[in-house]
Design a protein around this ligand. Structure first.
Ligand code: ADP
Ligand code: ZN
Length: 722
């Protein structure tokens, strides 16, 4: 090949053609360095017929490729996945491909680096800083900068310690292989149900065929143990497994669990990795050596050499939907990856999404069920507390019956969990004198008081400010009042009621890294925590056998706002959090505080009749032509200049094609009318399933022009309607 089409890593550009200089070998998937003007860009060689260029350049005007990087070419299934994702989500192929090349360092090929570690020798002069450094570094090994960060000292302190010999350089091959999982390490004795379920999954792995399967089992039924058997089958074939989790906070408990079963941790992939860990993981994944990878959504686009199995755990979780950059849904892309790789995909959930259930109903996905909890554990009892009939005391949020249940639980030396999906102390702060409400300067949102750090914070853009002592509007002192509860306020109430209890607040503010999650799990297991007050972060994955009581502070909360999935999401979230109760030998009890105990979703939760609830929800979606029976796509137009955004939104609205199979609503100001200083307008496209809505939108938007100040984002299959 003397000419190559290259997908360059610049989302604004289409594919470009280059000359392949004499002696250089490239093939589709090769990662190359290409010149562009005075710059050099990374690129991927592509089949010309799959990536048409609208600016064909004559041979004599081609520039030479500069280099081929020493990594395996991206394999055909991954290239097909990149194309599919870009096409389906109306994203630039380069933006998708960049997720595959997620470690720049790895692309440079094998190399040795110098890391540093403590020798155990003490320096002659032990300053307090040096002492702190050596104490915190302990057994850590890393670059100077990394050690300095761990030790919270300057680089110079570490360099000084190197000079004294207390810290020594070591040459490390970054591409050291990972330990291999050992299938026989901690093999459990499966129950008959579990054996049957795993046999089906194992057969699919052994057949090396594309087969999506819903692993539908109640919380605590042993879904993990069951899909681990499929992992065993993949390992036996020497093939790689990818396990996707919805939150990075869940990685840590998963690593422990995996290590207990397989004797070593799997390869973790998430945003918290050090550069060297990232590089090593990427290279070993691309090499096929890393057999099991666990990660958040971004692990989906890595260049697995030999993928034999994909598992999406807690597959109903909406956090699999990426809401920035490429707006893809990792669950759906995982299924497509399985299709291109010809491998099975397991979607594990106790509360499957209606979309997934529908795929089962029409026969596209198989289903494997685990009807009961494993061992002696029973499903917890779920009882409503009608907040109108049994209200909490004035100024309190926990109703007397729940207070009593907490009292009894703690009295039995068992653990309790109070769930409220609201970070901070109070969702709204206002001035008692003049009624002034604190609003984010950048967003259409109230500032949320975080009492632990004594600041007001916007949960949309991250803007924070100190809590003022004086109202900025009327200048009265000490007049601010919190309105409504957040987890911190509930924690205060618990401490007031049970001064002896050890209370932990679990939110993304307190558990922001895998290490923090590990610490929390350790404290729960050591019974260093009696009661957790937590947000959705605590609802899934965790297994605490001594946790027997769950109180849902405001079961109605998720129904507010009322988008298409509000009831479904409420059902899933409460089932999940209820599923934390009574997972061991002791029975679990769940109380739902609600203003509407007769709402369909509350009745379904209380009676445990998920089937009729799902049937009714599914029917109403069908009638409305809503997903999965029809399609939505949102077009979000934003700009710092409100008029520019509005004009562009109107122009897009006017240009909307009139097609029978599609309706366009809007433009209208978005519910979040301002976000991070940008004014936002939305259009909602509602289409029949049969319509190729992506093609229609591509052509439609291609014919409209808007000012450079305006950004237009298309969100196919949106989950957020804000
Ligand atoms: P799920 O993911 O369905 O909520 P888990 O896989 O977390 O359930 O299982 C719940 C608990 O039961 C875990 O502690 C798990 O180790 C244990 N368990 C499940 N099946 C078995 C088994 N066959 N042998 C031993 N322990 C099991
Ligand atoms: Zn904001």
């Amino acid at each position: 090949m003397s000419r190559a089409r290259v997908l360059v890593m610049n989302s604004a550009l289409g594919p470009l053609d280059y000359r392949v200089p004499h002696g250089m070998h490239v093939e589709p998937g090769s990662v190359v360095v290409a010149p562009l003007g005075p710059r050099q860009l990374l690129g991927i060689v592509w089949e010309p017929d799959r990536m048409p260029s609208d600016a064909e350049v004559g041979d004599n005007r081609l520039r030479n490729l500069l280099a081929v990087l020493p990594v395996p070419p991206l394999a055909t299934p991954l290239r097909r996945l990149i194309e599919w994702t870009a096409n389906y989500y109306l994203a630039a192929p380069a933006a998708v491909a960049r997720m595959a090349l997620a470690s720049t360092s790895a692309l440079e090929g094998a190399k040795l680096v110098t890391e540093y570690r403590a020798t155990g020798e003490m320096p002659d002069r032990l300053t307090p800083q040096r002492e702190q450094a050596l104490e915190r570094i302990g057994a850590h090994q890393g670059l100077i900068r990394e050690l300095a960060t761990i030790a919270d000292v300057s680089d110079a302190v570490i360099r000084g310690l190197v000079k004294t010999g207390a810290i020594e350089p070591v040459s490390v091959d970054i591409d050291q292989p990972f330990p291999l999982p050992d299938p026989s390490h901690g093999a459990p004795a499966l129950s008959a149900d579990q054996r049957a379920a795993s046999a089906t999954l194992v057969a699919d792995v052994e057949a090396s065929r594309f087969q999506p399967t819903l692993l539908d089992g109640v919380t605590g039924s042993g879904k993990t143990e069951v899909y681990f058997e499929a992992v065993v089958a993949a390992i036996a074939q020497g093939k790689q497994t990818l396990v996707l989790l919805p939150e990075i906070a869940l990685t840590e408990p998963f690593l422990k669990r995996f290590a207990a079963r397989f004797g070593c941790a799997p390869v973790a992939w998430h945003s918290g990795l050090r550069q060297s860990q990232r590089r090593r993981a990427w290279r070993q994944i691309a090499d096929g050596q890393a057999l099991v990878t666990v990660g958040a959504r971004s692990a989906l686009f890595l260049p697995y050499a030999n993928l034999g199995l994909i598992i999406v755990d807690e597959a109903h979780e909406t956090s699999f939907k990426q809401e920035e950059g490429v707006h893809y849904h990792a669950r759906d892309v995982a299924v497509m990856r399985g299709k291109f790789e010809a491998c099975p995909v397991i979607l594990a959930s106790a509360t499957p999404a209606i979309e997934t259930r529908q795929q089962v109903a029409v026969g596209r996905y198989a289903e494997v069920k685990l009807p009961g909890r494993w061992g002696a554990a029973e499903m917890p009892s779920i009882a409503p507390i009608d907040l109108i009939a049994e209200p909490p005391e004035r100024g309190r949020w926990i109703a007397p019956r729940l207070v009593k249940a907490i009292d009894e639980t703690l009295g039995r030396r068992e653990q309790a969990l109070l769930f409220l999906n609201r970070r901070g102390y109070a969702p709204l702060t206002l001035c008692r004198t003049c009624g002034h409400r604190f609003q984010c300067p950048n967003c259409t949102a109230w500032m949320v008081e975080h009492r632990l750090v004594r600041r007001l914070a916007c949960h949309h853009c991250g803007h924070t400010e100190p809590v003022p002592r004086v109202c900025p509007e009327c200048s009265t002192e000490d007049t601010l009042v919190p309105v409504g509860p957040g987890v911190e306020r509930i924690a205060d109430e618990v401490k007031l009621l049970f001064p002896e209890a050890k209370v932990a607040v679990v939110t993304s503010d307190t558990i922001w890294s895998p290490a923090k999650a590990a610490e929390f799990v350790g404290r729960m297991e050591a019974h260093d925590i009696d009661l957790i007050v937590g947000t959705q972060l605590i609802t899934k994955g965790y297994h605490f056998p001594n946790l027997t009581l769950v109180g849902v502070i405001d079961a109605d909360l998720g129904l507010e706002g009322g988008d298409l999935r509000a009831s479904e999401r409420t059902f899933q979230q409460i089932m999940q959090v209820a599923g934390r109760a009574g997972r061991g030998a002791k029975p679990g009890h769940v109380y739902l505080q609600t203003h509407s105990p007769n709402a369909a979703v509350m009745r379904a939760l209380i009676t445990g009749d998920a089937e009729s609830f799902y049937a009714a929800e599914t029917e109403s979606r069908r009638e409305a032509g809503a997903p999965p029976f029809g399609r939505f796509a949102a077009i979000v137009v934003s700009s710092e200049d409100q008029n520019a955004a509005q004009d562009a939104a109107k122009a897009i609205g006017r240009a909307a094609p009139r097609i029978d199979a599609m309706e366009v609503y809007g433009p209208a100001p978005a519910p979040l009318a301002m976000l991070r200083g940008r004014h936002r307008f939305r259009l909602l496209v509602h289409a029949k399933r049969a319509l190729d809505v992506q093609d229609v939108i591509r052509e439609w938007l291609g014919g409209v022009e808007w000012s450079a100040k305006v950004r237009v984002v298309v969100d196919v299959d949106p989950y957020s309607f804000l």
